[in-house]
Design a protein around this ligand. Structure first.
Ligand code: OKP
Ligand code: ZN
Length: 346
């Protein structure tokens, strides 16, 4: 399987996130991507290539121009106020307030960012832009005609993307790599695309982006938002809206769920994907469902990742794997590559 990887992910680093009332080193550290890359190489998964630059056009198909303008200039605005530490919001337009975009950067951060775990530093936008290009370049491999066409590709993205909506970032995510790739696949001729999100956390951004559309089916297995981040989306009764009614499927699972409950939900998701018969499948591949993940509670073993990779392959669709979360850094490469190897051996 082809892997697309950009070293520019490392430009997003050095921040701290607010956790349990204190600033702690970011869980989304550059070492995550480096560990996955090392495993891709040592396992002999296949060639590793750098992304091509597809420009801002395909990103603008998903994210609003104002949001992109904000993200690409936020660091300069922050610095102009005399701040040197990573930019984090500390106020939000919560209930009973008015979500009108302020002029001041401190207000803008709360307007465009939904949590205090996503620091923005000098290189954050460039890293996020590179991750989007990684996803687009991997998607292009599935869509290309002739000898370059692949059955599957791995977009080794960092920072992740599935929490980012059209004009909102957070949850370590700035640009929604999986959504940008899914839209790009639509734009080159796929009539229907399914996005299956297996990250521990609900893919609230991806859900929001495609919520009213029947041409992109979104399915997500995740920790129940009643107890798990991102708390404010991901319930089972969110089924899509308008023409998109019936094309959003959530599987909230209780804290501490093991592979039994998890793979039952996956089986239901796979049957729905089969019925939908998409022209392409995008997997939001978070491996934070692993038993030793420091911020998650599911109990998957490393071997379970191979097992479910095999099941995804049985869908027999052109498949794009887009890296999302996973914070047990020592095991992250093994778990991610196990999914890809399981897929390849099926
Ligand atoms: C991103 B992805 C822990 C708080 C965690 C953010 C979690 C983001 C997960 N101190 N808050 O879905 O893996
Ligand atoms: Zn996650």
């Amino acid at each position: 399987m082809f892997t697309v990887y950009s070293e520019e992910h490392a430009l997003h680093a050095g921040g701290a996130e607010l956790s349990a009332g204190v600033l702690v080193p970011c869980y989304d550290a550059p070492s995550r991507a480096e560990m996955i890359l090392a495993r891709v190489r040592s396992a002999g998964l296949g060639p590793v290539v750098a992304p091509e630059d597809h420009g801002r056009g395909p990103i603008e198909r998903v994210h609003s121009p104002r949001f992109l303008e904000f993200l690409s200039t936020a660091w300069e605005q922050w610095q102009a106020c005399g701040y040197h530490e990573a930019a984090l919001p500390s106020i939000w337009p919560g209930r009973h307030l008015r979500a009108v975009e302020p002029d001041n950067i401190a207000g803008k951060l709360g307007y465009y960012c939904f949590d205090a775990s996503t620091p923005l530093v000098a290189g954050s936008f460039r890293a996020a832009y590179a991750a989007a290009q990684v996803a687009l370049s991997a998607a292009a491999r599935l869509a290309s005609q002739g000898a370059r066409r692949e059955r599957a590709a791995f977009a080794l993205c960092r920072p992740p993307g599935h929490h980012a909506a059209s004009d909102l970032y957070g949850g370590y995510c700035f640009l929604n790599n999986a959504a940008i790739a899914a839209q790009a696949l639509r734009d080159v001729g796929a009539a229907r695309v399914a996005v299956l999100d297996v990250d521990y956390h609900h893919g609230n951004g991806t859900q929001a982006i495609f919520y009213d559309r029947p041409d992109v089916l979104f399915l997500s297995l995740h920790g129940d938002p009643r107890t798990e981040f991102p708390f404010f989306l991901g319930h089972a009764d969110e089924r899509g809206a308008g023409e998109g009614d019936g094309y959003n499927v959530n599987y909230p699972l209780p804290r501490g769920s093991g592979f039994g409950a998890w793979s039952e939900a996956l089986e239901d998701a796979c049957r729905r994907i089969e019925r939908y018969a998409p022209d392409a499948l995008v997997i939001s591949l978070g491996v934070d469902s692993y038993k030793d993940d420091p911020i998650c509670s599911f109990r998957l073993e490393s071997a379970d990742f191979t097992t479910y990779g095999r099941r995804i392959a049985q869908l027999r669709r052109p498949t794009l794997f887009v890296m999302e979360g996973g914070y047990a850094v020592e095991q992250i490469g093994i778990n991610a590559v196990n999914v890809l190897q399981g897929f390849e051996e099926a």
